[in-house]
Design a protein around this ligand. Structure first.
Ligand code: SAM
Length: 229
């Protein structure tokens, strides 16, 4: 989550209702669990969850993390393609992967799959010398996922239509970004409309139609190129 730099001077920071909901309901953290707080300016802090507050513990010296926290919201692709998405996106610096069940997603995966993805993320994070293992959330319905977003920067990738290219909207971004990638059949009009109502900006990744497992790699590469170095 992002907390204003001025508040991070304090040891205890009162959390907003939305932040508490995200930490406790979406990430399912319990009291005492640790999580990362960003100041929106590229600094990361370790914090501990108390009943109503975040106890700020220490600033983290982070060299292998992107200066922005990217959540990849992705409709589950068919077959075993998702293993590779988790592995590659972890290498590319994703902070959180939020699988969603979209109108055109057929299956709700088993809990073993979730465990498997978390293991893959952990191995890939180690291989890439990441400071953190990305969070892999439990798959939820598209509506629940988009309604729980707290990030300021919200993009939904859409392969059809005349949308602005992602690379052209990535100036002056900081803090948290969420980028949504649809299933093989694409987003339905209803999903696109719901997301745009919730301030997701529809964006293009270029003239070619990318597979659902390729699109996140392109999106993450563009974001990291825009905010690193
Ligand atoms: N048949 C689908 C359609 O017509 O929309 C193609 C879906 S594509 C295989 C899967 C997802 O990858 C899309 O929903 C979108 O999120 C993303 N995607 C693929 N190519 C893209 C592009 N050129 N621009 C933006 N998003 C793209």
């Amino acid at each position: 989550i992002t907390i204003a730099p001025s508040q991070l001077q304090q040891e205890q920071v009162l959390l907003t209702t939305q932040q508490k909901h995200y930490l406790k309901r979406v990430l399912r953290l319990r009291e005492g669990d640790r999580f990362i707080v960003m100041d929106g300016l590229g600094k990361w802090w370790l914090a501990r969850l108390t009943e109503e507050q975040a106890q700020v513990l220490e600033e983290l010296a982070v060299k292998t993390e992107l200066p922005v926290a990217i959540t990849l919201m992705i409709a589950l692709p068919k077959g075993s393609g998702f293993d590779e998405v988790v592995r590659s996106c972890t290498e590319l610096g994703v902070a959180c992967i939020a699988p969603v069940l979209s109108d055109r997603t057929l299956l709700n995966p088993s809990s073993q799959k979730l465990e498997r993805w978390r293991r893959i993320a952990s191995e890939a994070a180690e291989q890439s010398e990441r400071a953190f293992v990305p969070t892999i959330l439990e798959p939820v319905a598209f509506s629940d996922a988009v309604n729980n977003v707290t990030a300021t920067y919200r993009y939904i990738c859409e392969a059809r239509g005349e949308y602005v290219h992602l690379k052209n909207v990535l100036t002056d971004i900081s803090g948290e970004i969420v980028i949504a990638i649809g299933p093989e059949g694409g987003w339905t009009d209803r999903e696109l409309e719901e997301a745009t109502t919730l301030s997701f900006q529809p964006v293009s990744l270029g003239g070619r139609i990318l597979r659902a497992v390729t699109a996140p790699l392109v999106a993450l590469s563009l974001i990291s190129a825009a905010c690193e170095g």
